[in-house]
Design a protein around this ligand. Structure first.
Ligand code: SF4
Length: 106
C-alpha cells in the first residue's frame, strides 16, 4: 500500500493517486487544522510534465515525509511517523492550495 495517497492529479509526482517523489516536504508550522498544512513539494505538471515515468514501476511510491508541522501528533523530529497520509487539492496552482488531511492536532 502506498504511503502517500494524493488526489492532486495535476502534480508531476502523481500517478494514479500515488506520489512518486523521492521525498516530500509537508509544511504549516503552527497549523491548527488540515487546511493550514500543505505539500510544499507540489510541482505543476503544466510546467514540469510527468516525472513519474523515470521511477521503478514496482515501487510503492514515496515513503519519506519530511514535515515541519510541529502541532501534529504524527510529527517526530521533523519526520511524519504515520503509516500513511492523504494529501488533497483540486485544480491546484500553488503548493499552498494543497492540504495534508492526516493532520491531527497534538
Ligand atoms: S502534491 Fe505532494 S504528495 Fe501529492 S503527488 Fe505532488 S509531491 Fe506528492
Amino acid at each position: 500500500m502506498p504511503k502517500i495517497n494524493c488526489s492532486v492529479s495535476n502534480c508531476s509526482h502523481n500517478d494514479k493517486n500515488t506520489c512518486y517523489a523521492n521525498i516530500i516536504n509537508v509544511g504549516g508550522k503552527s497549523a491548527k487544522k488540515d487546511s493550514d498544512t500543505c505539500c510544499a513539494s507540489f510541482l505543476d505538471s503544466i510546467a514540469y510534465s510527468s516525472l513519474t515515468n523515470i521511477i521503478n514501476s514496482n515501487s510503492n511510491g514515496c515513503d519519506v515525509i519530511a514535515c515541519n508541522v510541529c502541532t501534529c501528533t504524527y510529527n517526530s523530529n521533523q519526520l511524519c511517523n504515520s503509516k500513511s497520509i492523504d494529501v488533497s487539492g483540486e485544480n491546484v496552482n500553488l503548493y499552498s492550495e494543497t492540504d495534508c488531511l492526516t493532520f491531527k492536532t497534538t
